[in-house]
Design a protein around this ligand. Structure first.
Ligand code: ADP
Ligand code: ZN
Ligand code: ZN
Length: 733
């Protein structure tokens, strides 16, 4: 019998689906999109089920407006994975599915390749190339970008090319534009390009053989420092996969998606490589997505969201820098791309490789208990000498914008020898606070429980939590004094101080403020590599993915905050950062030195890390976690809630606590902590509280949440406060 009712998952924050009548001329399919009336809007949703009956009477039901797909949006396995995600992360199915679609599909556009504008050089343009472009630097930039073939309009804009420049080049007849659809081409017989490849060392060969021997699913932790040849292992693993006609997915952290990385994959193989990142426009994203689904692409490289790309025939998943915190989405569907990737590999029955120099404690635990296979790369190709590491006790020392005298002396020594120095300070702006010298009043954000950061460069004070900003103030708002002083040191102030201390050397600052413009990070990195700057100042942006062979001294200026943080993961993050920063420096002929300024040189974490290595630190940290009953030995869920009134938020979470504790599935191995005010107790005018649920087993946690959530949603206050669930949170703020 022809079904009369379609159950549709819609992108609305409700844990339910909606019934619509199917008009006789329409033929929706399960897993395909339909557009339906919803209130006064029309929404695009996914048909999840057919039914003959509804809990509503037929007269109350509205009808499906339009059927948008003749085949399901996702292959079966990915569709089940998305349903699993929705359950595991306690996020409404409709929202989850919408999250996983490229926005063009979310908006109801057809699931077909769309054509994109692309620019290419004309013959007369090539002629002009020989003669050069004189002082027309912008035009020269465009022409250089087009030398190796056509480039899409939007990627030119990403490179900061202006439309005016394109127009004027077009008028001169040097470039032309066309509309192109991605072309289907069978992959060539010879998959691997004719490029020079290093001869694998023994550890690499063992790693590759182990993964290749895996039948079906297998999860491999590939532990090796930067430069130990992990990427080379990935390339060798991908080769046979492509040769069998299967595809590969490579996930990289947000900051790791550099042109160098992408080029290594593109140069190595003769198959199309799709790159998926947040900078793509709707059309490009849809094309990349379809290209993977229809097997145009052999390899997809991308950041977190690339995990949810459909593949015709996926053969391997690689997660590089698996410990990186950008793999966890911090809003809406709060999934961890690494964890879901393992789930996906399991479902597809394929191998997955997690690579890192500093594995997350969760991952290491899985490797130590035998759940994952553990592979090691211990030799660092190229750089033979490890860095010399030293703790510098700054207790009682005068700090000049965060720099101690011994450090300044060390810097001078390295600079005089013609080397570069990298200073690491994870706080942007000039100073984290502006204080009245007379009465102690501190300029604070009215909307947050936080101080304003002073940005001297733009002459503003800004709140780093709600983003509000205002011109710098010159008078105390409490006593009227004009004696305002800065408290603490940010990267801007450090930059200024260095210009005074080392006027003969050039300093460059790399943080979110200095690299706002697209392409500016790349060009800064290039000038650093060319040696145009001797002193580099960076926040954690500079810690990842970039190698600076001429840097011989790295200093971490202020790590004490991480040693005594309320977030139990802070020390793990510091250890990872330390190893990464150290990995930036030096080469065989120029061994590096790493200095850590601290008031707590005796701290056991620092001792473990410096005297021994990350692995020993990790074992100690795991033992501490076990004693404290923290992940990976237990599982956490964080309830966050906020509203305009503090009391209401606290009351709501108290009721949540009672609901959980009274639940039959809540056993002696479960525990609730809180409610407590969030570390940032007020943000953008809202009061914030949180509640932590802890369970010894993942399955207990899941069943408990699934069964208790409807009751929690029914609490009278549930509709008055904004609340969210964060399953296995990475960040407790
Ligand atoms: P990782 O990904 O661990 O940082 P890479 O794979 O990028 O390491 O390797 C670092 C450098 O060493 C690269 O230039 C790479 O070409 C080179 N390399 C990798 N494996 C070998 C090897 N077995 N012999 C010589 N050079 C190698
Ligand atoms: Zn604020
Ligand atoms: Zn004052």
């Amino acid at each position: 019998m022809r079904p009369t009712i379609a159950r549709v998952a819609l992108p609305v924050p409700l844990d339910k689906q909606f019934d619509y009548l199917i008009p006789s001329h329409l033929f929706p399919i399960i897993g395909g999109r339909v557009s339906v009336p919803f209130g006064r809007q029309t929404l695009v949703g996914i048909v999840t089920e057919f039914a003959q009956e509804s809990e509503f009477s037929i007269e109350q039901l509205k009808s499906v407006k339009e059927v948008l797909d003749s085949q399901p949006v996702w292959p079966d396995k990915l569709y089940s994975l998305l349903k699993w995600c929705s359950q595991f992360y306690q996020f409404p199915l409709g929202d989850t599915l919408a999250n996983a679609m490229p926005s063009a599909l979310r908006k109801g556009k057809p699931a077909d390749f769309a054509s994109c504008k692309e620019w290419q050089m004309t013959p007369s343009g090539s002629n002009q190339m020989m003669q050069g472009f004189g002082r027309a630097f912008k035009q020269a930039q465009v022409m250089n970008l087009l030398t190796s073939g056509a480039v899409s309009h939007s990627s030119l804009l990403e490179e900061d090319v202006s439309i005016a420049t394109l127009k004027s080049l077009q008028e001169k007849g040097w470039i032309e534009v066309s509309e192109q659809k991605p072309q289907f081409k069978a992959w060539p017989k010879q998959i691997e390009a004719d490029v020079e490849k290093p001869k694998l060392n023994q550890e690499q060969a063992i790693a590759i053989a182990s993964v290749n021997s895996s039948k079906g699913f297998g999860c491999y932790l590939l532990e090796g420092v930067t430069g130990s040849g992990k990427t080379e292992v990935y390339l060798n693993l991908i080769k046979p996969v492509l040769e069998q006609g299967k595809q590969a997915l490579v996930l990289v952290p947000e900051i790791g998606l550099t042109p160098q990385t992408i080029n290594r994959f593109k140069k190595r193989f003769n198959v199309p490589v799709e790159v998926i990142h947040s900078g793509l426009n709707d059309t490009e994203r849809l094309n990349a997505w379809l290209s993977a689904r229809d097997k145009v692409a052999g390899i997809v490289i991308g950041t977190r969201s690339a995990l949810l790309t459909p593949f015709a025939d996926l053969g391997i998943i690689i997660v590089d820098e698996e410990h990186d915190s950008s793999y966890k989405q911090q809003d809406s569907l709060r999934y961890h791309a690494r964890d879901v990737a393992v789930m996906r590999a399991n479902q597809e029955q394929i191998p997955i490789v997690l690579g890192s120099a500093t594995p997350a404690l969760e991952t290491l635990h899985n490797a130590l208990t035998g759940k994952y296979h553990h592979l090691h790369l211990t030799e660092r190709a190229g750089v033979a000498v490890p860095t010399r590491n030293r703790v510098l006790d700054v207790k009682g020392l005068y700090l000049e914008s965060g720099l101690s005298a011994p450090l300044i002396a060390d810097m001078r020594r390295h600079l005089t020898e013609g080397n570069q120095v990298l200073l690491f300070l994870n706080r942007r702006g000039f100073s984290p606070a502006l204080m009245c010298h007379e009465c102690g009043w501190i300029a604070d954000c009215q909307r947050c429980d936080a101080y304003y950061t002073f940005h001297q460069y733009s002459n503003e004070i800004r709140c780093h939590h709600c983003g509000s900003q205002r011109p710098v103030i010159h008078q105390c708002q409490s006593c009227g004094s004009t004696q305002l002083v800065t408290v603490g040191v940010g990267t801007e102030q450090l930059e200024k101080q260095l210009a005074e201390l080392f006027p003969e050397y050039k300093t460059i600052r790399i943080d979110r403020d200095s690299t706002r413009r697209k392409g500016s990070l790349e060009s800064a990195l290039t000038s650093i590599r060319r040696g145009e700057y001797q002193i580099l100042i960076g926040t954690q942006m500079l810690a990842k993915g970039h190698h600076f062979p001429d840097v011989t001294l790295v200093a971490l200026l202020d790590v004490d905050g991480s040693l005594y943080s309320s977030d139990f993961r802070a020390s793990e993050r510091l250890a990872q950062l330390f190893i990464q920063v150290a990995g930036r420096a030096g080469r065989a002929s120029k061994p590096g030195e790493v200095i850590l300024q601290t008031h707590h040189p005796e701290h056991s974490l620092l001792q473990d890390l410096l005297q021994r290595d990350y692995h020993h630190f990790a074992l100690t940290a795991l033992a501490e976690r076990k004693l404290a009953m923290l992940p990976p030995y237990t599982y956490l869920t964080l309830f966050r809630a906020e509203a305009n009134q503090s009391q209401m938020v606290e009351d709501f979470l108290r009721q949540v606590r009672h609901t959980l504790e009274a639940h039959p599935l809540f056993d002696q191995h479960c525990m609730v902590l809180g409610p407590t005010p969030a570390p940032l107790a007020k943000r953008a005018g809202k009061f914030r509280w949180q509640l932590l649920l802890q369970a010894e087993a993942r399955s207990v946690m899941q069943k408990l949440l699934m069964s208790a959530k409807p009751a929690i949603s029914m609490l009278p206050l549930a509709s008055k406060v904004r609340w969210t669930l964060d399953i296995e949170p990475q960040d407790l703020s």
